[in-house]
Write a protein that binds this ligand. Sequence first.
Ligand code: HEC
Length: 321
Amino acid sequence: MTCPRRFFQFTQMRLTMRRTGVVLMVGTLLLGCEPDDPELPEIGLPACGDLSPVTVSAVDPSATVTEIASPSEIAPNDRVGFPEDYRDDFFQFYVFDRFDAQLISYVCANEVAANTGPDEDYPYGSLLLSETWRPVMDEDGALAVDDDGRLIRGELAFALLMRKEPGFGEDYGADRSGEWEYVGFLPDGSYHTRPEESASCAACHTMGAMGERDFVFRTNVHHLPDRYARTDPVEEGEIGISRMAYHPADHTVSVGETVQWENSTIDETAHTVTGLDGSFGSDPLDPGGTFSHTFTAPGRYEYACALHPEQMRGVVEVTED
Ligand code: HEC
């Protein structure tokens, strides 16, 4: 990555010592890289807030943008921060319809990040914001889709952010994912994941997205012409594997029934289905791979992915009848 123009940003914070009343000024110097031409037409991406109109007659068309309140309680150790005007200032990065988990990831990026080429690492100053939406359901309780077959944003559940700056991430220790730090907000502006809890974010981005993608899972989707990807709905009686999770993670069957797991092709990551009691288990399943097991005795069968045991857990309840 070449940098045509570098910039310095000095952020300062006032700390007042409670007992002595002494005021300390603490500052951080950020060194960033500005893209060659920051003009919007150069990027050619829609603004984050340009939501495509909802055009489905059977569905309540009141699916509107939910605002995230300004974060009310910023922790002093939050170095990610919340970009209040991101709907105007950020660009659409990609949309990922998760038919299996019944969620939508609507991801926006600031200008620096949105300009990053497919084989480049993200420059310092990159900020990615992933809104997780609950989709609109139709009258029968099934997932509603628009004229393009896409899920429709109903309700904003939370927003996750990652920011890359020099030296970021050192507090995450072994979980560190390059120089990114993470934080999450709920729509009321309070924390979904506080800075001091966000090592778990780094851990999953390290395991799943790895260094060659600069720890950003769906860089490749951003570079597709329509910046769109989806996971298929899970078949009745099946358990899907995607996004470092089992869908559904809780599944109930009757004695004698067979359960099939299928690893989605979307993540390009191998996973296993490994019973914690050792009574069943798969080899590593490549993307698209399946594994089946017939449960012959009632009970509660917990399992995990042997390759990602901290992140990926599930349970099958087997009942008598
Ligand atoms: C279980 C694994 C996992 C954990 C934990 C996790 N993520 Fe992610 N994250 C993903 C996956 C997979 C994607 C790709 C988009 C999708 O599948 O919805 C993603 C996408 C993102 C994106 C959009 C950029 C990208 O990588 O494609 C941001 C921003 C993000 N996550 C932030 C966070 C934050 C903040 C946390 C902690 C609160 C967090 N993530 C925790 C798996 C995880």
